[in-house]
Design a protein around this ligand. Structure first.
Ligand SMILES: C[S@@+](CC[C@H](N)C(=O)[O-])C[C@H]1O[C@@H](n2cnc3c(N)ncnc32)[C@H](O)[C@@H]1O
Length: 197
């Protein structure tokens, strides 16, 4: 089974942030669930919420489902195969969306698809929460993020740490999302939270 070591380091701070923000009830769509480790760890601690994992890579779905079933949490649904760049998503409503570490490890079209799809799914004032590294005003916020970007672009030149100010915030705004909060997270990451207008 695949394992993402970073999830062990970031899961507690992310869970604490989600606990402060998420509604008491409803359906949370997780985009790019990866190994399913976040879903299996966080959903049991978010009583009242139904957690919907999803992933573009069909080969990842079995691992996600195995992990979430092993958690014993009945509020985690079977993972959906969801590529954010698709015009139609296999889900038509969510009460909140969480996406961790995806938009820099994918072409920019993934960020565009994610905001467009989130705009279709979310009702007014619902939350969209992104976690990951971001540039601020065109600059890396730490040498480790610059090194990470060099490594990322070694595998695919379309990947890269996105600039929150000049790229991501304008994209969010153009899709009808109002910035609610930027939370500094460990290891030079941010959580960026928007509300659907
Ligand atoms: C670095 S992993 C992060 C996984 C997980 N969120 C985590 O934090 O461990 C990036 C994930 O983005 C997914 N991904 C890439 N392009 C995507 C797309 N177009 N739609 C949905 N997921 C995508 C990949 O399959 C991969 O699982």
């Amino acid at each position: 089974m695949r394992h993402a070591p970073a999830t062990l380091r970031n899961r507690e701070p992310i869970l604490n942030m989600l606990k402060q923000l998420l509604p008491q009830r409803g359906l949370l769509l997780e985009i790019a669930s990866g190994t399913g480790e976040h879903a299996a760890f966080m959903a049991p601690a978010l009583a009242g919420l139904v957690w919907q994992p999803s992933e573009a890579d069909p080969a990842a779905l079995d691992d996600i489902n195995a992990r979430t079933q092993a958690s014993g949490c009945s509020r985690i649904l079977p993972a959906l195969q969801l590529d954010v760049t698709a015009a139609n998503w296999p889900i038509d409503r969510a009460d909140a969306i969480f996406c961790c570490n995806m938009i820099h490890i994918a072409p920019w079209t993934a960020a565009e698809g994610m905001f467009a799809g989130a705009a279709r799914l979310l009702p007014p004032s619902a939350l969209l929460i992104l976690y990951g590294p971001f540039k601020r005003n065109g600059e890396h916020t730490a040498p480790s993020n610059a090194q990470f970007e060099t490594w990322l672009q070694g595998s695919d030149l379309r990947y890269g740490v996105r600039c929150l100010d000049s790229e991501v915030l304008p994209l969010a705004e153009s899709n009808g999302f109002a910035l609610a909060e930027i939370v500094t997270m460990p290891a030079n990451n941010l959580s960026v939270i928007w509300r659907r207008r």
